[in-house]
Design a protein around this ligand. Structure first.
Ligand SMILES: N[C@@H](CCC(=O)N[C@@H](CS)C(=O)NCC(=O)O)C(=O)O
Length: 209
């Protein structure tokens, strides 16, 4: 198995932190997004979506999308489950993880990709070009603020996203919060619950991945 990765990008970091939590080691190949390597014919032959991360199995099968890759690895390495230990936990983790994607990552990507000059015409990742819409960048910043507030309220009475169970949803949110710094959004001073959670999960060795 090989993981196509980019050390500086947030989406593959979610997979790296997940693997570190579970003690999984996989051969990792870097795709240099800054030079546009994702659009090279060689990489497009492996991943027509021109995105990272991508997991390639020994028989050549490829799995794209962070959530699908983490799910597959969870099935292969069931010890220390991060997707839930019971049917209810699995449902709650999936719900929280979907929200992290929609309200966190999509908001951050909207804010970044619709504003920075280096992403002109690249407002969405993937094989198709889309022009930037400045109003979407503005809305993305508002959505980040709102998600920070929602998370702060959640952590008032919960240790992690799902009660006292650390899961893949916490990994997604941690990586989102670090990604939000790219658009100069940090946990506001008065969001004490979110800051408490961030400080706690930030001490896990896996976050360095
Ligand atoms: N929905 C995809 C999103 C992956 C994604 O956005 N990857 C970014 C890096 S964080 C990428 O490959 N960007 C390439 C580009 O901007 O051209 C997933 O969850 O895996």
């Amino acid at each position: 198995m090989k993981l196509y990765d980019c050390a500086t990008a947030p989406s593959p970091r979610r997979v790296r932190v997940f693997m570190a939590e579970k003690g999984i080691e996989i051969e990792t190949l870097q795709v240099d997004l800054s030079s546009g390597e994702q659009f090279s014919e060689a990489y497009k032959a492996i991943n027509p979506l021109s995105e990272v991360p991508l997991l390639q199995l020994d028989d050549g099968t490829t799995i794209s999308q962070v959530n699908a890759i983490c799910r597959y690895l969870e099935e292969l390495y069931p010890e220390n489950p991060l997707h839930g230990r019971t049917p209810l936990e699995r449902a709650l983790v999936e719900s929280a993880n979907n929200q992290a994607m929609m309200n966190g990552f999509m908001a951050g990507a909207e804010a970044l990709r619709n504003s920075v000059p280096g992403m002109k015409n690249r407002a969405m990742p993937g094989p198709h070009n889309y022009p930037q819409i400045p109003a979407l960048a503005e809305r993305g910043l508002q959505r980040i603020d709102n998600y920070f507030s929602d998370l702060d309220a959640h952590f008032e009475s919960n240790q992690y996203m799902v009660n006292d169970y650390f899961s893949v949803a916490d990994i997604s949110i941690l990586v989102f919060i670090d990604f939000a710094k790219w658009v100069k959004k940090r946990i506001p001073e008065d969001h004490k619950n979110l800051a408490r959670w961030y400080a706690e999960v930030g001490q896990r060795p896996s976050v360095k991945a």
